[in-house]
Design a protein. Structure first.
Length: 175
């Protein structure tokens, strides 16, 4: 049952359903297999993919308004077990996108996104890391195509947004 103070937002639901593969949400019949397969749910009971989908289905946008969803590992354990092939990790990514636009993004994730724009990778490559790779005989990492990466991110409006968005969860930039 939806709590009285919950703000329902059918615009969020409609937006999500309009995104590529977002409509797979409508196939969810709440069996809960996703949650029983989820490694994050196993250690954090408040992280519940089945419940996230139920909330989005009824237009409860709280999934995009708190940090919990950012704990998703995109490991796809849920998706491979879903009898309806609902694109669960993808739907949670869409919730993160909406969260990002409103600043509902953990500072660490924001930092990683900015590193992608500046370096083309989510983590900077350090000299010790490169030495270890050489010792292990791993291939050269190559150079990211920054022009393409920035153009692609600019195309979806994320570059300008990342310059201005502030994490509502605190951290150095809010001090
Ligand atoms: S396993 Fe699929 S159908 Fe079942 S609750 Fe999860 S998303 Fe819905
Ligand atoms: S993709 Fe996310 S929701 Fe699905 S099993 Fe992995 S951590 Fe859980």
């Amino acid at each position: 049952m939806v709590k009285q103070e919950t703000m329902l937002d059918l615009e969020f639901r409609s937006w999500l359903l309009d995104q590529p593969e977002g409509e797979t949400l409508l196939r969810c019949y709440q069996c809960g297999r996703c949650t029983s397969a989820c490694p994050v749910a196993e250690i954090e009971p408040s992280f519940n993919p089945r419940l996230f989908l139920q909330k989005i289905l009824i237009g409860d946008k709280s999934v995009a308004e708190n940090q919990l969803v950012w704990n998703c590992l995109t490991c796809e354990q849920c998706e491979v077990r879903c009898p309806e092939h609902v694109k669960i990790p993808h739907i949670l990514i869409l919730a993160k996108v909406r969260g990002l636009m409103a600043g509902n993004v953990p500072l660490a994730a924001l930092d990683r996104a900015r590193t992608i724009i500046s370096e083309g990778r989510s983590l900077p490559v350090s000299s010790p890391m490169l030495k270890t790779r050489t010792k292990m005989g791993l291939p050269d990492l190559g150079t990211p195509s920054m022009d393409q990466i920035v153009a692609m991110l600019a195309d979806i409006g994320i570059v300008g947004k990342l310059e201005t968005v502030k994490s509502v969860y605190g951290g150095a930039e809010d001090e």
